[in-house]
Design a protein around this ligand. Structure first.
Ligand SMILES: [Zn+2]
Ligand SMILES: [Zn+2]
Length: 230
């Protein structure tokens, strides 16, 4: 605890050290640690599911039941050390980790994205927000919006249902757990939106929000997230 506190303070004071191994580094990560990150090398273009080889077609699930999300941009697998950086950022408000993660996502997106008109961080239920003190999706989205010059909207969508954590549920329960969890509370006039979140676990959450946005008239919904579970 004390060690991690000191380490955290050090990385704030000396951002030229690697946040994973403390070696000298530019922008928070040394080259070996950066090369070792668990990249999502062959994602399904639509849902981001990691595939075993580049198929250049959609995964079986997207082919059978096309999701509401049109395109996913997810650079990492939810595996060490990215999972640890994400939980440090999410549950203990470690801002250097947040900055590093947001920068890694931005670097990945720079060469790839079709520019959306608006960024919408996946909203937390107000109770959860009160408990945690901040929405990690919003904290990730802010620097992305600044970097790409895309407006950010964290008011038009609300999470109105308090759902159980998706990972704790069986596959079939997940869809019904999240159904109706979001509401679009203000009219949206944009055509293309990117939803920002930290981790996509089942895809049900982003798909439910995408479904609501499409009902509200949005034509295309992409997902920008850090990591995907298999
Ligand atoms: Zn390192
Ligand atoms: Zn897919």
């Amino acid at each position: 605890m004390v060690y991690s506190c000191i380490k955290n303070t050090l990385s704030l004071l000396y951002p030229d050290h690697c946040q994973l191994c403390d070696a000298p580094a530019t922008e928070g990560l040394c080259t070996p640690c950066r090369e070792d990150l668990p990249y999502n090398r062959h994602p399904c273009p639509q849902c981001g599911l990691p595939l075993s080889q580049p198929l250049e077609v959609l995964c079986g699930s997207c082919q059978q039941q096309p999701p509401a999300v049109d395109r996913s941009w997810i650079p990492f697998l939810y595996a060490a050390p990215v999972d640890r950086l994400i939980s440090q950022f999410k549950f203990s408000e470690r801002l250097p980790q947040g900055r590093l993660l947001s920068r890694l996502l931005a670097e990945y997106l720079t060469q790839r994205i079709d520019r959306p008109d608006l960024l919408i961080p996946v909203p937390l239920h107000p109770d959860r927000l009160r408990q945690r003190g901040y929405n990690q999706a919003l904290e990730l989205a802010r620097p992305l919006g600044r970097r790409f010059g895309i407006p950010l909207d964290h008011r038009s969508c609300q999470r109105t249902l308090k759902t159980r954590p998706q990972h704790a549920l069986k596959r079939r329960q997940r869809e019904s757990n999240i159904r109706g969890a979001f509401r679009v509370v203000r009219p949206l006039t944009v055509r293309h939106v990117a939803l920002v979140d930290d981790v996509v676990t089942t895809g049900n959450t982003v798909n439910e929000l995408a479904r609501q946005l499409k009902q509200a008239g949005v034509a295309r919904v992409d997902v920008w997230a850090l990591a995907r579970t298999p």
